[in-house]
Design a protein around this ligand. Structure first.
Ligand code: SF4
Length: 568
């Protein structure tokens, strides 16, 4: 689904119930309080939904240029088509909170290309790479939600970019905004030898039926989905609004365990299981039911209380399931088993067997950063090795599919030549970084360059480390994850990392300020080889400057290694 519809108003429940008497202020829940908007954001969404702006971009703004754009479109509706203004270069992080938004804003856009399930062909990859070269100054970042982001895009070029994307089945529809965002999918869907079930048909059905559908185009906030049938639980399901995780029901066979209400940002909540079993044939219906609950019962008064996690917290799993089954589904769901905690992380880096005898190769760029040129070279490389398929992952990585055994070594070497590592150091493998001050208007500090420099330095420091368990220091370091964020938000999932970093400015000792981070320790998900998922904790007063980051991580790591090996 790539075409837009441009209705005059956003969808709403057909027969809103009148507000019932309440002790506290209404929360803007459509089915409880009625649909009267309680803030300006809700008002413009109802008056003229985000999807409608596409026509104006194509017929007015692309001709009139940046200055012709209506401010409500620029700062609101453009997101429904994956477009955000990027940060003006050269504004330091100390001004992020003091300048007006328009003073931080450049005349260029970040454009997010939506890749449901992370599934790409080499033809599609080549198109994204060429768009990057032609319209985005060669920029391209693989995000931790399987999208590819471009920067420096001008509004004049957007219609041509859409034409090229849509010609190969890609689009930017609802890549941002208060909508169902990209559907995370197992990067090895349909190919892994150890797969429980292939979620590809369910991801496709949901995307085709509901993305760009007006009835789900005005949600209280963003809505994140994840579906996997792989035992490594490779889609960070605990931090999505809805997740379907592969399980085997003793009588009904393979299907999904349903989770709802996960989300990070500044108030992290892990998703909860509803205890139901979802047969594959009902996955789209269940997805629409959960999304419908969010649309109709989600809190719309305050944007910082609007994510589904707050409703799930207030209702609890039992009530949520009951409302889902009685008001939104054609029939109740059977009880189902819990997904089994995976023995290994689900990042898919390295060489692995497919079910058809071929191999898939997972490779990591450094902190997700690639370029248009690299994407073009990668497309050539994959095709030269007899494949036409690849996937992006929720860990800022790439997986090349369908490689014959005798071509694997050559592919791995070719990937390394273009900066994609199938045998990375633990640091390169487990460090991710958000966009940061380079382009993000909310950022306080740099992330990508800081993390890249830290990775290089840590590789040097640990390379010469004597083996501590007979396998070398790297084997011990493997589980440690380092997530670098440019502000207190959590786009790079601070709370799911062993070491999570939240950007802030710190005293430099000379009366000034220097970029640094508040440290958050001990987070992790079930797919991170730990006993229980948890969001860790921010350690009060524990801060590190960007300059001292390698020293700090080295200290924490050596202490961790000493603890694990029983050294004092
Ligand atoms: Fe921007 Fe902050 Fe998100 Fe990083 S964590 S991309 S700096 S909002």
């Amino acid at each position: 689904m790539t075409e837009t519809a441009a209705p005059a108003t956003a969808a709403r429940p057909e027969t809103p119930r009148p507000a019932r008497p309440r002790a506290s202020k209404p929360n803007g829940q459509w089915k409880v309080d009625g649909t009267a908007p309680l803030n300006a954001n809700e008002q413009w969404k109802q008056e003229d939904g985000g999807l409608s702006v596409r026509e104006r971009i194509e017929t007015i703004y692309a001709q009139g240029g940046f200055d012709s754009i209506d401010p409500t479109d620029l700062h609101g509706r453009f997101r429904w088509w994956g477009l955000y203004t990027q940060r003006k270069p050269g504004i330091d992080g100390g001004k992020t909170a003091t300048l007006e938004p328009h003073e931080l804003e450049d005349r260029y856009f970040m454009m997010r290309v939506r890749i449901d399930g992370g599934a790409l062909t080499t033809e599609q990859l080549r198109v994204i790479g060429q768009i990057s070269v032609d319209f985005a100054r060669g920029t391209a970042d693989i995000t931790d939600r399987q999208n590819i982001q471009l920067h420096w895009v001008e509004v004049e070029d957007v219609p041509e970019i859409w034409r090229r994307l849509e010609a190969v089945g890609l689009h930017t529809t609802e890549a941002c905004g208060d909508v169902p965002r990209v559907i995370l999918g197992s990067p090895v869907a349909g190919i892994a030898a150890d797969e429980i079930l292939d979620p590809t048909p369910q991801i496709r059905e949901i995307a085709e039926r509901y993305i760009g559908d007006e009835s789900f185009a005005n949600l209280p906030r963003k809505f994140k989905s994840a579906i996997t049938g792989h035992p490594s639980q490779d889609v960070v399901h605990e931090i999505n609004d809805i997740a379907l995780v592969g399980v085997v029901h003793p009588e009904l066979g393979p299907g999904y365990d349903l989770w709802v209400g996960g989300g990070l940002s500044t108030a992290a909540h892990l998703a909860v299981r509803l205890g139901t079993f979802v047969e594959p044939s009902r996955a789209a219906e269940v997805w629409a039911g959960v999304t419908g609950i969010f649309r109709d019962y989600g809190y719309r008064r305050l944007r910082n209380r609007a994510r589904l996690k707050y409703l799930v917290q207030d209702w609890g799993a039992e009530k949520f399931r009951q409302v889902l089954e009685t008001e939104y589904l054609s029939a109740p769901l059977p009880d189902g088993p819990a997904a089994v905690k995976p023995p290994t992380p689900g990042d898919h880096v390295g060489v692995h067997a497919q079910k058809d005898g071929k191999f898939y190769v997972g490779a990591t760029p450094t902190v997700g950063r690639v370029s248009g040129e690299v994407l073009l070279e990668l497309a050539d490389l994959i095709e030269a090795h007899g494949s036409q398929r690849l996937r992006t992952t929720p860990h800022q990585k790439l997986v090349v599919l369908d490689i014959e055994e005798d071509r694997v070594d050559s592919l791995v070497a070719g990937l390394e030549e273009i900066g994609l590592y199938a045998n990375p150091s633990p640091w390169r493998r487990s460090t991710i970084a958000c966009t940061g001050i380079e382009y993000c208007k909310l950022a306080i500090v740099d992330t990508k360059d800081t993390a890249t420099a830290a990775v290089a330095e840590l590789e040097k420091r640990f390379e010469a480390d004597p083996a501590k368990d007979g396998n070398g220091a790297n084997a011990l370091l493997k589980p440690l994850t380092l997530h670098v964020n440019g502000c207190p938000n959590s786009c790079a999932r601070i709370q799911t990392a062993d070491i999570g970093l939240k950007g802030q400015l710190l005293p430099d000792g000379n009366g000034g300020q220097t970029p640094g981070f508040q440290v958050h320790l001990g987070g992790g998900l079930a797919s991170d080889t730990r006993e229980e998922a948890g969001t860790g904790r921010t350690v009060r007063g524990l801060k590190v400057t960007a300059e001292d980051l390698p020293d700090y991580v080295e200290r924490v790591t050596r202490r961790y290694l000493a603890d694990r090996t029983g050294e004092a």
